[in-house]
Design a protein around this ligand. Structure first.
Ligand code: NAI
Ligand code: MG
Length: 353
């Protein structure tokens, strides 16, 4: 099979880490005669915006639609407002391609310093609702510049929207032999939308014998992430709660530099998109020291989605091998090596496996 991949390197460290991910995928291609992968690059980033006045061409989504998957770097540049780069590029792709599942594994790998005091294994997956919820652009501002100035921003929670993300989380738990799903809520204070969330999640849970549903208020859950992260298997959360929980999850297992994600369209009507959860990291952009692991791991999630879990596992275990050896480390991992050196080390282990 030939897989056609659209590559959007983006801004800042996005291109640096994406080059390393492609490199690892190219090694895989050479190793497996049944696996072919082709890359088509799109330069839709902040530079493109400054030149053309939009983040992508008018038919951008149509161009992407033909691909099997999208590998996305990161977007964000001081010269372009975040609301433009995010709402004109990432959001249209996520929403139009119905990527309503945002999958973010939180796994503690050996060889990475974590702020956790004990050695307990942390290995869970957060499924963040990716299409509705708190990240809606419905709302407005009133009385600007006056003392009574105010803003309203609506949260959209639909029953079908909650059911489909919950079902995905439970299906994943079932398929991967995990026996608990934790739901993040706040229905004590957010009494309309979060009550609907709770009800819809509970209805879905009733269809899964043998998988326990537990539900925590988001504030307590954030504390448990730090106090006993080893107790989680699968977590399901709304768009905002999931966004915050996953950065926290990344922090407890070693940082943004090692945390991958997938924006998934489960029905496969449209391409899914894989990206590190970090942004363009302007503070280290251009220095060649960004950690490429998050992006390489995102490429591994992409292979899994494309039906090659074996190749996905080969990449993740190469990452674990290199981290375990501790020989090559970027500054965020406490070392002095470059993006390129860490990418090279991982590609080499994939080749030797
Ligand atoms: P960020 O994730 O870019 O950086 C936060 C901190 O983590 C920085 O100190 C950075 O150096 C460090 N970091 C991030 N990735 C790293 C890596 N691979 N290796 C080593 N260190 C790494 O978040 P920030 O600073 O809040 O946002 C910067 C820009 O990125 C903004 O314009 C923001 O809107 C955008 N952004 C874009 C995202 C996307 O493309 N999906 C996601 C998050 C932020
Ligand atoms: Mg985020």
């Amino acid at each position: 099979t030939i897989y056609q991949i659209a590559v959007l390197p983006g801004d800042g460290i996005g291109p640096d880490v994406t080059v390393q991910a492609i490199r690892v995928l190219e090694v895989i291609r050479e190793l497996d005669a049944d696996f072919d992968i082709r890359f088509t690059e799109f330069n839709w980033n902040s530079e493109y915006y400054l030149e053309h006045g939009s983040m992508m061409p008018e038919d951008g989504l149509e161009q992407l639609q033909a691909f099997d998957a999208i590998l996305f770097g990161a977007i964000g540049d001081a010269r372009v407002a975040d609301e433009i780069s995010i709402w004109q590029l990432i959001m249209p792709i996520r929403k139009n391609f119905r990527q309503y599942v945002n999958m973010r594994p939180i796994k503690r790998l050996s060889g990475i310093d974590s702020p956790l005091k004990n050695e307990s294994p942390v290995d869970f997956v957060v499924f963040r609702e990716n299409a509705e919820g708190e990240y809606s652009n419905i709302g407005g501002r009133l009385y600007q510049g006056q003392p009574q100035e105010m803003a309203v921003q609506n949260t959209i929670i639909t029953k079908t929207g909650v059911e489909r993300i919950a079902r995905y989380a439970f299906d994943y738990a079932q398929a991967s032999g995990r026996n608990k799903v934790t739901s993040a809520t706040k229905s004590n204070a957010i009494i309309h939308s979060m009550k609907l969330w709770d009800e819809a999640v509970a209805e879905v849970a009733a269809d899964y014998q043998g998988i326990e549903l537990e539900s925590y208020f988001i504030d307590a859950l954030a504390a448990y992430f730090v106090q006993r992260p080893e107790s989680f298997d699968v977590v399901v959360a709304s768009n905002l709660f999931g966004d915050i929980l996953t950065d926290l999850g990344a922090a407890i297992v070693g940082g943004l530099g090692v945390s991958p994600s997938g924006n998934i369209n489960p029905e496969r009507e449209y391409p899914s998109m894989f990206e590190a959860i970090h942004g363009s990291a302007p503070d280290i952009a251009g220095k060649g020291i960004a950690n490429p692991i998050a992006q390489i791991w995102s490429a591994a999630l992409m292979l899994d989605h494309l039906g090659r879990p074996d190749l996905s596992t080969a990449i993740v275990s190469a990452i674990e091998t290199v981290l375990g050896e501790g020989r090559v480390r970027t500054p965020d991992l406490g070392g002095n090596d470059t993006t390129e050196q860490l990418g090279t080390a991982i590609a080499q282990v994939v080749k030797d496996q």
